[in-house]
Design a protein around this ligand. Structure first.
Ligand code: FBP
Length: 249
C-alpha cells in the first residue's frame, strides 16, 4: 500500500489545483491569479496538503515551490478545451520527470466512456506502475465523458468511475459532486480503499460552497482538490481557514 502521509493530514486532503491554464485557458484568470507565484503563496500561507501543477509551471517555478514546502503534485496529462472531439488526454510528462521536479505525488485524468478510453487506460497503466515503483501516490481525475456518456453526473456512472479508479490502481480519485449526498455515499463505497476527493467547479458563493463541502465530507469524501473557488476568491486565505475547519478537523 502506497503511503499518503506526505499529501494528507489526519487522512484528509486539501489540494490547490492550478492546471486550468491548460484545460480552460487564461479565461479563468485575472491580473492577480494569472501569476503562479500568487497561487504558490496561497498554498504556502494556507498550508495546503498539496499543490497541483503541470510540468511547465513545476519547472519554471520550482525554486518557489520548493521554498513553500507545500508537497508538489505534478499532473502528467492534459488537453485544451479547443477541440470539440471525443475527449482524450495525452501524457505530457513522465513519472521520472515528476520525480526529478520533486513531486510527492502524480496526477492523471481518465475520461471513462470516451472513444479513446482503451488508449488512455493503456497509457495510464505505465504511469501507475512507474509511480508506484517510486512509491509515489497516483491521484486520478475520474471524469466520465464523451458521446457514450449521457449524463456525467448520474449516480450510476459516477459510481462506475469510482470503481474503475479502484480497479486500475489509483490511490486517490478526484470526482465531481452531483449534489446528492446519498449518491456520494454509494460512490465512496464503490471506491473501496481509494480516497475520494471532490473537485470545486466554477466559482460559486462562499455560503453555498461551504454548505456543499460540509455535505460531501459527511457523505464520506476525504477532502477537496479545488482551484477556482479559492484563487478567484477575494479572500482566499479566509476561505481556506473555513475549509480547513470542516475538512482537516
Ligand atoms: P476547479 O476547482 O477550478 O474546478 O478545478 C478542478 C479541476 O479538476 C482542475 O484540476 C481541472 O483543470 C478542471 O477542474 C477540469 O475540469 P473540466 O474538465 O470539467 O473543465
Amino acid at each position: 500500500m502506497i503511503s499518503l502521509n506526505k499529501i494528507t493530514k489526519k487522512g484528509k486532503a486539501l489540494f490547490l489545483a492550478y492546471d486550468q491554464g491548460l484545460e480552460h485557458g487564461p479565461t479563468d484568470f485575472n491580473d492577480k491569479n494569472i501569476d503562479p507565484n500568487y497561487i504558490i503563496d496561497i498554498a504556502k500561507k494556507g498550508k495546503y496538503t498539496g499543490l497541483i501543477f503541470q510540468k511547465g509551471i513545476a519547472e519554471k517555478y520550482n525554486k518557489e515551490i520548493k521554498k513553500s514546502k507545500i508537497p508538489l503534485i505534478v499532473k502528467l496529462n492534459g488537453k485544451t478545451s479547443l477541440l470539440k472531439i471525443e475527449p482524450y488526454s495525452p501524457p505530457l510528462c513522465t513519472v521520472k520527470d515528476a520525480v526529478d521536479l520533486g513531486a510527492s505525488a502524480v496526477g492523471y485524468t481518465l475520461y471513462i466512456g470516451s472513444k479513446h478510453e482503451a488508449r488512455m487506460f493503456k497509457e495510464f497503466e505505465i504511469v501507475q506502475s512507474q509511480a508506484h515503483s517510486y512509491n509515489l501516490p497516483v491521484i486520478v481525475w475520474m471524469y466520465p465523458r464523451g458521446k457514450a456518456v449521457k449524463n456525467e453526473l448520474d449516480k450510476k456512472i459516477l459510481a462506475y468511475s469510482a470503481r474503475v479508479g479502484l480497479e486500475l490502481g489509483a490511490d486517490i480519485i478526484k470526482m465531481k459532486y452531483n449534489g446528492n449526498k446519498q449518491d456520494l455515499k454509494w460512490i465512496v463505497k464503490s471506491a473501496g480503499k481509494v480516497k475520494v476527493l471532490i473537485a470545486g467547479g466554477s466559482k460559486t458563493s462562499e455560503a453555498s460552497f461551504l454548505k456543499e463541502v460540509k455535505e460531501v465530507m459527511s457523505a464520506g469524501a476525504s477532502g477537496l482538490a479545488i482551484g477556482r473557488n479559492i484563487w478567484q476568491s477575494k479572500k482566499p486565505l479566509d476561505l481556506t481557514k473555513k475549509l480547513k475547519k470542516i475538512i482537516l478537523k
